[in-house]
Design a protein around this ligand. Structure first.
Ligand code: GCO
Ligand code: MN
Length: 357
């Protein structure tokens, strides 16, 4: 079941765990590397190796794009995943690296482009439900954006995006029933690949959800990602707070990066800024987040094949280290300082907990 009725309302039925127990990472997080300016330093691994690596790193789940795990191969790939002791948590149709989407997907003014995006999405939702038995579906905005001013009609762009989401959810519910429908999470990013993308942050995701017919809104949530928020100049933990306040925080993609990165650095969780990692774990604890935690982290450019899964493994260790720091923070002391508006003491208290003074 992917949704259940509580007090007459549909709520997501996603497996729950104690925080820090259940992690998921993408098949794409163990690639060979290489981009426009960087060499590929590793050879491609087969899925069995990737699954073994993720399991060794401490993950319980894996996630796929339809371009890596082709719909026709899904039964065969699922067997490899299960033989390796993992399950599929999330699946997602690739709406960024296909030529038809180079100028956008659900927001495109071209009905043929929107229809293609809808078709790929429906196809992979079906694979997620019937084959992978996935817990949820993610739509990362990908190419939905513009590269030059006047690139699209802005009001229409958001309206069309909402219309496509509504059509997809109506189809899902009519085809599989609400109980089996996969929770549909929107993962915002402010730019990259386009210069400006939409929806670009958690607030925009919530705005788009609010544009949907009320009967469909309960089936949509958000998947905030650390680096994406930081690219938009946001404090990630605040984005988590906002999504949770609207009861839409159903998944997270954690990673690490500099405070205002110009591109998606996708470092290990806790890399570069461990303070931010502690604040994130603290916030997830405060919110009572109990769903699996995702790690969208890439190997460092120079990592060798024998370090392929090191970014995921280090993320898990850093999550655990952040939990240890959180255990030292007394919520009552923090709440008192917050009530007093004593920011100086908060800052001093946090660092004393960090270094275990
Ligand atoms: C990015 C995104 C992607 C998505 C993934 C799943 O690199 O900007 O984070 O990794 O999370 O494509 O939709
Ligand atoms: Mn992501």
């Amino acid at each position: 079941m992917a949704f259940k009725k509580v007090n007459g309302k549909w709520v997501p039925d996603i497996p729950e765990f104690e925080l820090g127990i259940a992690f998921s990472a993408g098949d794409w997080n163990q690639g060979p590397g290489g981009g426009r300016f960087t060499p590929a330093m590793r050879h491609e691994l087969d899925l069995a190796r990737k699954v073994a690596n993720l399991s060794m790193a401490g993950c319980k789940f894996i996630e796929f794009h339809d371009t890596e795990a082709l719909p026709d191969d899904a039964p065969k790939l699922l067997k490899i995943v299960e033989d390796g002791g993992l399950k599929v948590h999330m699946c997602t149709a690739n709406l960024f690296k296909r030529p038809e989407f180079v100028n956008g997907n659900f927001g495109s003014p071209d009905p043929k482009v929107r229809q293609a995006a809808i078709n790929y999405t429906k196809e992979y939702l079906q694979v997620g439900i019937e084959i992978f038995k996935a817990n949820l579906y993610v739509y990362w905005t990908g190419s939905n954006g513009i590269n030059v001013p006047f690139g699209v009609d802005y009001r229409g762009a958001y309206e069309r995006t909402a219309e496509c989401l509504a059509m997809i959810m109506d189809w899902q519910i009519n085809t599989f029933g609400a109980e089996r429908a996969l929770p549909f999470l929107v993962e915002p990013k402010p730019n990259e690949p386009p210069a400006w993308s939409y929806p670009g942050d958690v607030g925009e995701v919530l705005a788009v959800i609010s544009m949907l017919p009320p009967r469909l809104q309960p089936f949509f949530g958000a998947n905030p990602e650390t680096c994406h928020s930081q690219m938009g100049g946001k404090r990630f933990a605040m984005e988590l707070g906002l999504a949770a306040a609207k009861k839409k925080l159903w998944y997270v993609h954690l990673n690490g990066g500099s405070e205002n990165p110009k591109f998606d650095e996708d470092r290990a969780f806790g890399d570069i800024n461990f303070t931010t990692a502690v604040e994130i774990v603290w916030t997830l604890r405060e919110i009572g987040f109990r769903y699996p935690v995702g790690l969208d982290v890439q190997p460092l450019p120079g990592d060798r094949n024998d370090q392929q899964v090191e970014s995921v493994a280090r993320s898990l260790r850093n999550f655990d280290r952040a939990m240890t720091v959180c255990d030292r923070i007394d919520p009552k002391i923090l709440a008192e300082y917050q009530l007093d508006g004593d920011q100086a003491s908060i800052s001093d208290y946090f660092v004393s907990c960090l270094v275990n003074e």
